[in-house]
Write a protein that binds this ligand. Structure first.
Ligand code: ASP
Length: 371
């Protein structure tokens, strides 16, 4: 199969509404998408979007890209893509197998936004479902609301025909939770401040010891895409912070924080320390920066600088006085330009006519979060 070089691709795709994304066809052997706006389709995601695979060995970004270039609705494609990650039993930061809250209960958050429809949906702290992104999409499509939480979200999912499973927890995650409990709570409860610190230190210690995958102590997937017609959508889905206080919702289900899409401008979404992102509503900020003409990379750097400036608590700073946590943004604009940008260098996934790739992010700071 011949891959088109850039010039050939541009020539093919700009010659008309005609010809559609020839390269995707070259790449995946599928029918072309209709090109009416001349945008090159792009799917961007956190790195796990090119790690977990379905039974056919296809990753999230690859799946979404293939569906989009075959003409599927962009959000349908993204929800199908992220479900590969949500259903992967080895993912301890996304979907049913995510690390549980402090009581050993898995509570999931997800949101989605459909640019052309100008609609969005989200669920927070939902229990008993394996793949919450689809529930968020149903909130968007079937209700007049955009955020359902806890038992209400679960009842809604059940009413939509989604299977609810009591006590849904992955065996590995349950064992890790027990270990955390044993280490942090020998006398049941420390005072709240010490407990929060113990939580953080213990979790990171477990990462250092290799008990928890560092990428999944936090762990989320954000996935955004633009198709050849310039239609933009996004989705973010997570099990949130490991060992969180029950009921805690992070940035992922909050529009403007974990995800924001404006069909005229672009999309942005996040992974990492949700609380830091929530204070700045950074996905909204990034989209607004792009609206003013900033490239996705510069827009995300502006957001990360804002987060760094607003991080003043000592417990959240490393020896250099910089944030001691990770926060990453995945952004694309209506022209199909994109960037993965992080507080400290990390990785992100992308799928274009060149196929799926895992790339290094741009970073605000050199080195690592912990100095
Ligand atoms: N942002 C997510 C949250 O704070 C966690 C993550 O991305 O790992 O819930």
């Amino acid at each position: 199969m011949k891959k088109l070089n850039r010039r050939e691709f541009v020539k093919t795709t700009t010659v008309a509404g005609v010809a559609a994304a020839a390269a995707p066809r070259a790449l995946f052997g599928q029918a072309p998408a209709v090109m009416t706006k001349g945008v090159k389709p792009v799917v961007i995601a956190s790195a796990n979007g090119n790690a977990s695979k379905d039974a056919d060995g296809i990753t999230c970004v690859q799946k979404a890209f293939t569906m989009i270039t075959k003409g599927s609705d962009v959000l349908d494609a993204l929800v199908a893509g992220v479900s590969i990650v949500e259903l992967d039993p080895n993912q301890t930061g996304v979907g049913w197998s995510g690390l549980p809250n402090a009581e050993g209960v898995v509570q999931l958050d997800a949101s989605c936004m459909h640019g052309p429809k100008k609609r969005a949906g989200a669920v927070a702290a939902i229990e008993g479902v394996r793949a919450p992104a689809r529930v968020a999409q149903l909130v968007s499509d079937e209700t007049d609301h955009h955020l359902l939480v806890g038992k209400g979200a679960q009842d809604f999912a059940r009413s939509m025909g989604i299977k609810i499973e009591e006590g849904l927890i992955n065996e590995t995650a349950r064992k890790q939770w027990l270990e955390w409990k044993r280490r942090t709570d020998p006398l049941h409860y420390l005072d709240p401040k010490k407990r929060a610190q113990a939580w953080y230190d213990t979790g990171l210690q477990m990462v250092r010891e290799g008990l928890i995958d560092g990428e999944h102590f936090w762990g989320t997937i954000n996935c955004d895409a633009v198709n050849a017609r310039g239609e933009i959508c996004g989705v973010t889905t997570t099990s949130g912070l490991a060992w969180k206080i029950p009921g805690r919702a992070g940035d992922s289900p909050i529009l403007g924080a974990g995800l924001y899409v404006d069909n005229e401008v672009g999309a942005a979404g996040s992974t990492g320390r949700g609380e830091a992102n929530l204070y700045g509503l950074c996905s909204f900020l990034i989209v607004e920066e792009m609206r003013r003409g900033a490239h996705p990379k510069d827009a995300a750097i502006t957001a990360l600088k804002r987060v760094a400036k607003n991080t003043i608590e000592k417990r959240l700073l490393n020896e250099k006085g910089q944030p001691n946590f990770g926060l990453s943004f995945y952004c694309l604009n209506a022209k199909g330009e994109y960037a993965g940008v992080a507080m400290y260098q990390s990785r992100y996934a992308v799928c274009t006519e060149n196929g799926p790739q895992t790339l290094q992010t741009e970073a605000l700071f050199e080195g690592r979060a912990n100095g």
